[in-house]
Every structure is written in structure tokens, then in C-alpha cells.
Design a protein around this ligand. Structure first.
Ligand code: SF4
Length: 135
């Protein structure tokens, strides 16, 4: 009787022991966050190089109009040889914007900025009464 009881008990607990063994050996489930994250992992290697910014171009400024009130008051002309020498006695032959201390244009350019006319370009061959010899 004792053996029968032991066999009976063995048969009773064997399925549960098998299920427990299967549960212990089965792979663990992924955490919820990892399951929902479907983005591919970042590639290994050097960090990506950002694209260079577009080259900054110099803005083309409008030209000073000789008829502007400020231009007229300063005697500005686009052609220095046409300066009103009767009115502006300080005119020096050969003086022009390109050899003026205030001229900000580059050598060889036909026009460039001048602080007396903010936001505009003066002609390299121009002139006004504020001309000062470039050092
Ligand atoms: Fe030209 Fe010089 Fe007069 Fe400016 S200050 S308009 S650069 S002559």
C-alpha cells in the first residue's frame, strides 16, 4: 500500500514538476519598453559629420544715387572727375572713393560700402567732399 501511495503521489506531481521545469528553462520575455522600441540601434563607428553651412555670400548693396539729399549735400558723384570743384574747393585731382580712407570696398572692385552711406555702395571712381587720403 505504501508503494502504491508513493507511485500515485509520483504520478500526481510529475506533470507539475515538468511544467515548472519548462517555465524555468524558457526564455525571459523582453521589457515592455524594449518591445515597443522598433528603431534600429545606432551604428557603431565615428560620429556622423554635419553638413557644412552654405557659403556666406556678400550682399549686393544698392548704389548711392547722386540725387539723394545726403549725396547732394556731400557733393557725391559717381565719377570723381565730374566733382563740382567750384563748390567743393577741397577736391584734390586723383582723389576718388577707392583711395579714400573711408572706402570699404576691395581693391579691384568697381564699388564698395562707405560708412557715410550706410547700406549702400559708392562707386570706386566716385568722390565726395568727405574724401580723406587713405594711409
Ligand atoms: Fe567716397 Fe570717401 Fe566720400 Fe565715402 S567718404 S563717398 S569713400 S570719397
Amino acid at each position: 500500500m505504501t508503494i502504491f501511495t508513493s507511485r500515485r503521489r509520483f504520478i500526481e506531481i510529475t506533470p507539475f514538476a515538468g511544467m515548472a521545469l519548462l517555465a524555468a528553462c524558457s526564455p525571459k520575455s523582453e521589457p515592455a519598453a524594449a518591445v515597443t522600441n522598433s528603431a534600429p540601434p545606432a551604428p557603431l563607428g565615428p560620429a556622423p559629420v554635419p553638413k557644412p553651412a552654405l557659403a556666406v555670400t556678400t550682399a549686393v548693396l544698392p548704389m548711392v544715387d547722386e540725387k539723394d539729399a545726403q549725396a547732394r549735400s556731400l557733393g557725391y558723384v559717381e565719377d570723381a572727375t565730374k566733382a563740382d570743384t567750384a563748390k567743393f574747393k577741397n577736391y584734390v585731382p586723383g582723389s576718388e572713393c577707392s583711395n579714400c580712407a573711408l572706402y570699404q570696398g576691395k581693391v579691384g572692385e568697381t564699388a564698395g560700402p562707405c560708412p557715410l552711406f550706410a547700406g549702400k555702395n559708392v562707386a570706386a571712381k566716385g568722390w565726395c567732399m568727405s574724401w580723406a587720403k587713405k594711409a
